[in-house]
Design a protein around this ligand. Sequence first.
Ligand SMILES: Cc1cc2nc3c(=O)[nH]c(=O)nc-3n(C[C@H](O)[C@H](O)[C@H](O)COP(=O)(O)OP(=O)(O)OC[C@H]3O[C@@H](n4cnc5c(N)ncnc54)[C@H](O)[C@@H]3O)c2cc1C
Length: 370
Amino acid sequence: MQPPGSATVVVIGGGITGASALYHLAKAGCADAVLLERDTLGAGSTSKAAGGIRAQFSDELNVRIALECVRRFERFAEEPGGEIDFKQWGYLFLLSRDEDVASFDRSLALQQRLGVPSRRLEPAEAAEIVPGLVVDDLLAATFCPLDGYATPEAAVQGYAAAAAGLGATIVQGCAAVRIAVEGGRVTGVETAGGTIATERVIVAAGVWSRELAATAGLDLPVRPEARHVFFTGPGDPLPHELPLTIDFATGFYLHREGRGLLLGGRERSLEELASVAAARLPLVAELEVRGGWWGYYEMSPDHNAIVGAAAGPAGLVYATGFSGHGFQQGPVIGEHVADLALGRPTLFDLSPFAVERFAEGAERAELNVI
Ligand SMILES: Cc1cc2nc3c(=O)[nH]c(=O)nc-3n(C[C@H](O)[C@H](O)[C@H](O)COP(=O)(O)OP(=O)(O)OC[C@H]3O[C@@H](n4cnc5c(N)ncnc54)[C@H](O)[C@@H]3O)c2cc1C
């Protein structure tokens, strides 16, 4: 499909952020909105994500966003529609360092003040939830039953289908080459298939947002970090309803994937991950790994999202830098950037996430990064 000659808003990037933005634009009545995806919907980081959704953050804004996103994921089948297989089986953090226990205690207090039912567990309780865990060296664990995991590419399809149903246009296989600017305003998006005249652009191009925003003179300090995951076949002895379980010190995590398991972490090879994983859960050494994949985390300097309307050029809105939690923030962030682009009031004040914070020395670290 060729891109249209003009649009009220152009969204660049067809991952969870862009698809959610397009849906919320269309829902707000902007039926001529256009989404450009250079590959296919979900082809970037979104289809590589583990699908984790959690309220266990350290930053108050992230907890508030999470509470709203959990609510929306819970009723995704009603709006926008589609099955995302949200398994609310919890997140179980395993803590083996004094400093992590202190930090998680502070986060638990914050989460509970905001209404999150997260709680601290003894190591033995963690071993009851995940039989076979090595807990001798653990100091504590935390658990939240609101948390869980869903299927990211299904969420993209749900938003995209609903947006298309409301009249929005999705052009796949079409890269944005440059954001055109004149007189300090966005005037269009140049693509391989021609230029779309527009005064408003939402850059939702994941880790590739930096190069795209640079064409409009905006620096978004996001950098790629490759993350690998592996999956096993059926037949493991763990409970089917397994929480997303994370050994916080090493970053090793696992969750149920089909009838097998998904194993992830910071290591770049199966051999390296296997030794970290087996130290925490020896039974994984017996499981047959059938395959895996990798994708990029889009890392920001303080591990929080970079979201806002650019101070210049006018009409440029951006959302990137999610640092490993961009899938789960998609429902709220997509709506937020759609509202910013249309000049509507926003549900949350996300101005602390604007890119200017780095120049102003107002970075705000999210500590619970996996
Ligand atoms: C292994 C792994 C596990 C993860 N686990 C989780 C998790 O459990 N929970 C969680 O919340 N997050 C997780 N994440 C992070 C999450 O995947 C990302 O934060 C999120 O998907 C970002 O979505 P996005 O839509 O902003 O970007 P993307 O999904 O990367 O979408 C950007 C899109 O823009 C397109 N694009 C790029 N340049 C152009 C251009 N010039 N023109 C047109 N299109 C362009 C790309 O093709 C891509 O489809 C994980 C990531 C990885 C790699």
